[in-house]
Design a protein around this ligand. Structure first.
Ligand code: GLN
Length: 399
């Protein structure tokens, strides 16, 4: 009989050997198994806006039940183009520059598959949202990581070193993946930082692929700038966004890319053969969502800021050193005070013995050792959920 492991390997792609399943999503399963409070995966535990749920029900009642146009329902593409103009002053042709996909997750992989060749390199700031690594590998590209260095004080900013970034760019560089506002650090890239990235993109003829899913979840007067709005970037940027975070509908799976027409064409081809299209009735509801008044976005940010300010003191009291996020809905923390071997041992203990699920820092780094002292908490949760977690965390004993 043939060796089973050799036989099994024969059936598998080499690509899948180079990454594991998502740790973030695994932690949600662990939380369910242990009955723990889930501050791991970033999804809200409160309802979506009534207006948009109504719009989704109406769309189904009116039989919007068949495929939408593969690259996106016209109503939604028009709304996306309109809002890019209102929010970022970028003019977008909804007919040639917008592709709607199944969440920003599919949008990112479709984009990378559409632009990367074997041997291309993709620059990624780390810590990074864990999908970007496997996405690059699946598209045949090699990820090259550049550090965002943690702040020296809890109030400080995560920053990159200009020389380290420049050293990552060379003739094989095809793209840089940017995520601003950033998961997991809560960093908002400043205009000056984006200009520096722009200059490198122009010098090395590199595409910027920017994930802006946390665009509206922003605090302390920070300003979100889309790199596509900088002179010289319009023709070399793919801007990714979606409904999930802004409208608290992570399970709807509606996201999109805005890109120059030739790149859009390529993304549309990949998207068409991957998934055909995103859910048609939810795209109609998405068009309604993008029509919500400006006050909706202000209240969204204010409510998230209150959640941040509820969780952070609780984490500090329990013994975590917190890095204050300026945006998005995660807090990165330093766990040195607890004296565990690493982040994995700590998060296992936390979910099983304390009853709180969080994400080990190593899942945001290429080299797990770089994240071994960090753990991420999500605060996109109701006040009572955050309070329940806070109470449990007090059982932790800093050593
Ligand atoms: N962005 C969310 C997080 O970082 C999860 C997204 C997902 O699991 N698809 O937790």
């Amino acid at each position: 009989m043939a060796d089973v492991s050799i036989q099994t390997k024969h059936f598998l792609s080499d690509k899948v050997e180079h990454f594991t399943e998502s740790v973030i999503r695994e932690m949600t399963r662990q939380a369910m198994l242990c009955g723990a409070v889930n501050l791991a995966q970033g999804f809200p535990d409160f309802p979506a806006p009534a207006e948009i749920k109504h719009a989704a029900r109406e769309a189904i009642a009116h039989d919007v039940n068949q495929y939408a146009i593969t690259w996106g329902a016209k109503n939604l593409r028009n709304a996306i183009a309109r809002q890019m103009n209102v929010w970022q002053g970028i003019s977008v042709d909804p007919e040639t520059q917008v592709t709607v996909c199944c969440g920003s997750t599919e949008t990112m992989i479709s984009t990378l598959l559409a632009v990367c060749n074997k041997g291309d390199e993709v620059v990624i700031f780390e810590p990074f949202y864990e999908n970007y690594g496997p996405d690059s590998i699946l598209s045949g590209a090699k990820p090259v990581f550049v550090k965002l260095h943690p702040p020296a004080t809890p109030e400080g900013e995560w920053i990159f070193d200009e020389r380290e970034l420049r050293a990552a760019f060379h003739r094989h560089t095809k793209a840089i993946i940017l995520n601003t506002p950033n998961n997991p650090t809560g960093k908002v890239f400043t205009r000056a930082e984006l200009e520096l990235i722009r200059d490198l993109c122009v010098e090395f003829n590199v595409l910027a692929i920017t994930d802006e899913i946390y665009e509206h979840i922003i605090y302390d007067g920070a300003q979100h700038v889309s790199i596509a709005s900088l002179p010289g970037m319009e023709e070399r940027t793919v801007t990714i966004n979606g409904l999930s975070k802004t409208y608290s509908v992570t399970g709807w799976r509606v996201g999109w890319a805005v890109a120059p027409p030739a790149i859009t064409n390529a993304i549309r081809k990949v998207h068409d053969f991957l998934t055909v299209g995103a859910p048609a009735p939810l795209q109609e509801a998405g068009a309604a969502a993008l029509g919500l008044p400006a006050s909706y976005y202000q209240s969204l940010a204010t409510a998230y800021c209150a959640r941040r300010d509820r969780l952070m003191p609780a984490l500090a009291e329990a013994g975590f050193r917190c890095f204050r996020p300026r945006a998005a809905y995660y807090v990165m923390t330093d766990i040195s005070a607890f004296g565990f071997a690493d982040d994995i041992a700590f998060t296992k203990y936390l979910v099983k013995e304390i009853g709180v699920a969080a994400v080990p820092g190593s899942s945001f780094y290429n080299d797990p050792r770089d994240g071994a002292r960090q753990v991420r908490f999500a605060f996109c949760k109701r006040a009572d959920t955050l309070d329940a977690a806070a109470k449990k965390l007090l059982q932790l004993k800093p050593r």
